[in-house]
Design a protein around this ligand. Structure first.
Ligand SMILES: Nc1ncnc2c1ncn2[C@@H]1O[C@H](COP(=O)(O)OP(=O)(O)O)[C@@H](O)[C@H]1O
Ligand SMILES: CCCC(=O)OP(=O)(O)O
Length: 355
């Protein structure tokens, strides 16, 4: 039987949608949202109607019959804590994402949009491998400041699907291998998978800077800057996420642009870009210690893993730990669809969300 799955992935300035017929992609479309339109909304959830209407209009204009869908899946948002895999979207989840998400993030719109479209189709809506999947070991939760325990926020969707793929390539089960994975996108995060469980992570504010994020910065100076009176809270948040990293140093979030600058002899661009590689390598080394160095494979994934320059810089520092596999791209639409397909086929169970 052919399962038809609609995947919805809201990003900061676009909503990606994709239709899958079993494992086969029927189409992927990026619905762009001009920044001036997005900026007029106070909270992320306020963009719900606008983005949902755009998705439905696109499907109607292209004569896709919503009634034919078997399931709809959205990127899982900033929920307090969830397990890996699939959850059925329910009213409790929608309430949390609408009224008290852990953080403002476009992924908070994934479940509500999926839910509305699934309602029209008369099928279930799911989220899969939410950014807030938290399987950390207790020892990983201690931060050094009791007020701020460590929790897990990282690129679970792509990294877990990629690890499952690489395990297959090695002729093994994901649950039988250990991976350290770096997702190199507009934001960078790393995680360590021990026998099928993400036991520790380095989130996008604990480690390497990235094209648009500052990563870990010296705390004392950060506090001073926050209280300097120079910046309001929103501006400080944007310095960490949105206007940090490559954007702050080189005024672009496009790694390809940075590589052009380097090829044209720009020394500043070179040291900044190489420092990003250096920090990613440091993160990989840090996470290797979590599993006593017993790393089967290191994986580099995300858009910047297309870059030979970046990959070679990271590889030379970490390949003494384990073989390095490169799986470029963010692969999120496929990961959402394949995860949901496993649920529809009965290979995995979907959880009911509760607080
Ligand atoms: N061939 C490439 N070489 C270097 N960087 C690339 C290449 N293709 C995409 N990128 C970079 O990947 C980043 C986006 O990563 P991606 O995982 O696709 O996005 P996001 O995290 O925004 O979803 C951008 O900085 C982009 O410049
Ligand atoms: C690191 C948590 C997930 C996240 O920030 O995703 P994006 O980089 O896609 O915004």
């Amino acid at each position: 039987m052919g399962y038809k799955i609609l995947a919805i992935n809201p990003g900061s300035t676009s909503t990606k949608i994709a239709l899958y017929d079993n494992e086969n992609e029927v189409f992927t479309e990026t619905l762009e949202h001009p920044i001036d339109k997005i900026e007029k909304y106070d909270k992320t959830i306020d963009q719900f109607e606008m983005r949902k209407d755009l998705v439905i209009s696109f499907l109607k204009e292209n004569r896709y019959n919503i009634g034919n869908l078997s399931a709809v899946v959205g990127r899982g948002g900033m929920l307090p804590t969830v397990k890996s895999g699939a959850y059925i979207v329910n009213e409790t989840m929608l309430d949390v994402l609408s009224n008290r998400p852990v953080m403002e993030h476009a992924s908070n719109l994934g479940a509500p949009i999926a839910y509305e479209i699934a309602k029209i189709a008369g099928v279930k809506a799911y989220i899969y491998d939410s950014v807030r999947t938290d399987e950390l070991k207790d020892i990983a939760r201690i931060s050094g400041m009791p007020d701020i325990p460590r929790t897990s926020t990282c690129h679970v969707l792509n990294t877990r699907a990629t690890a499952i793929k690489v395990a297959k390539k090695y002729g093994k089960k994901y649950q039988d291998m250990n991976f350290v994975i770096a997702h190199l996108g507009g934001g960078i995060s790393l995680n360590v998978h021990e026998k099928g469980r993400i036991v520790d992570i380095i989130s996008d504010d604990e480690g390497p800077f990235s094209p648009e994020r500052a990563g870990r910065v010296p705390c004392r100076e950060l506090i001073d800057l926050c209280f300097s009176g120079k910046y309001d809270k929103k501006t400080m948040q944007r310095k960490l996420r949105g206007n940090g990293g490559l954007k702050a140093y080189l005024n672009t979030v496009d790694a390809r642009e940075v590589e052009k600058m380097i090829k044209n002899g720009d020394e500043k661009a070179k040291i900044i870009y190489e420092s990003m590689a250096y920090q990613v390598a440091k993160g990989i080394g840090e996470l290797a210690t979590v599993i006593d160095g017993k790393v089967d494979v290191i994986i580099l994934t995300g858009g910047i893993a297309y870059s030979d320059m970046m990959v070679s810089w990271i590889k030379k520092r970490v390949e003494f730990i384990a073989p390095v596999e490169i799986v470029p791209g963010e692969n999120e639409m496929e990961s959402l669809a394949y995860g949901t397909l496993r649920v529809l086929k009965g290979e995995e169970a979907a959880r009911e969300y509760e607080i």
